[in-house]
Design a binder for this molecule. Structure first.
Ligand code: GTP
Length: 288
């Protein structure tokens, strides 16, 4: 949900339809609501409703169609356009959406994306802008505690935000995380990450030491791999896996279960790549 031109269809097309950022310049305005279903993590079906943001449609969503638009919502993603000339109008729309959500889908999760962050160059200013939105949105969100992220289709931030959204949606995430940590410990890996197969969003990550896993780094790797995979497809040479070995580390990206790829990074030069590969092969049936 969000005003026309905020960037809703662009982000959907990048993540779920392999568009590049520049392809989105050709997108026209969404007519009414575009429904799509994507198969995610095997048998999880995501029903995505991309609600066209032109005035005439918004009026309908908030009046005649409110029960069908706001009923049975699992997640509302509201896209704020950083370049808006009328911030108050965006906040008013947000308020109205939350009122309806409170009535028809009280348990829904809410995420607010402060979008087109590439328009601000200075990183301190970017952080300050997200903070300003966060404060304003928390004040007006009442029972919903929105996750607020700054995003842009031109860098990893969009994938980072969507990975957090997806993380909250996958039902057995705690179990997956526990098994992944065990795998990381038993194989002496430095870092292990699960990517969803179709979108290459980060589903779950863990690291062998006390440090927090570095989501930003994984998103950069994920984007690189996705780009490489698209290039392979264009060359009609199917992408299978990636292995990079330097003096400091070995990195593997391998198909894992039917809905995931696994990234394993080892930093111990004593661990032969063939051993890591054998460990990945051995763990596959456990995670399937
Ligand atoms: P409606 O379908 O009318 O509701 O609009 P929308 O919210 O779906 O907007 P859309 O995705 O069609 O994007 C509008 C324009 O914004 C396109 O020209 C995109 O290229 C551009 N755009 C989308 N995301 C970004 C971004 O992160 N940064 C910049 N600079 N432009 C973006």
């Amino acid at each position: 949900m969000g005003r026309s031109g905020a960037g809703k269809t662009s982000m959907r097309s990048l993540i779920f339809a392999n568009y590049s950022a520049s392809d989105t310049r050709r997108l026209g305005a969404t007519i009414d609501v575009e429904h799509s279903t994507v198969q995610f993590m095997g048998d999880l079906g995501l029903n995505i409703w991309d609600c066209g943001g032109q005035h005439k449609y918004l009026d309908n969503y908030l009046n005649e169609q409110k029960e069908s638009i706001f009923g049975n919502v699992e997640v509302l993603i509201f896209v704020f356009d950083l370049e808006t000339t009328n911030k108050d109008r965006e906040y008013t729309l947000y308020d109205e959406c939350l009122l309806n959500l409170a009535q028809y889908s009280r348990d829904a999760k809410v995420y607010c994306l402060v979008h087109k962050m590439d328009k601000i160059l200075d990183s301190d200013q970017k952080a300050a802008m997200v903070e300003t939105y966060k404060k304003a949105l928390n004040k007006r969100s009442d029972m919903f505690q929105p996750g607020v992220y700054g995003t842009s289709i031109w860098d990893h931030t969009l994938y980072q935000a969507w990975s957090q959204i997806v993380y909250a949606l996958v039902p057995n995430m705690a179990t997956i995380k526990r098994h992944l940590s065990n795998f990381c410990r038993l194989t002496d890996a430095a870092e292990v990450v699960l990517f969803e197969r179709a979108t290459f969003l980060v589903v779950c990550c863990t690291s062998g030491d006390e440090d927090e896993p570095q989501l930003e780094k994984y998103m950069t790797i994920s984007q690189g791999i996705k780009h490489y995979r698209n290039t392979c497809t264009e060359q009609t040479s199917p992408f299978r896996s990636v292995h990079i070995r330097t003096r400091a580390y070995s990195l593997f990206v391998e198909p894992f279960t039917k809905s995931t790829y696994i990234l394993v990074i080892t930093a111990d030069p004593e661990i032969e790549p063939a051993v890591t590969k054998a460990n990945i092969d051995a763990a596959r049936s456990h995670f399937a």
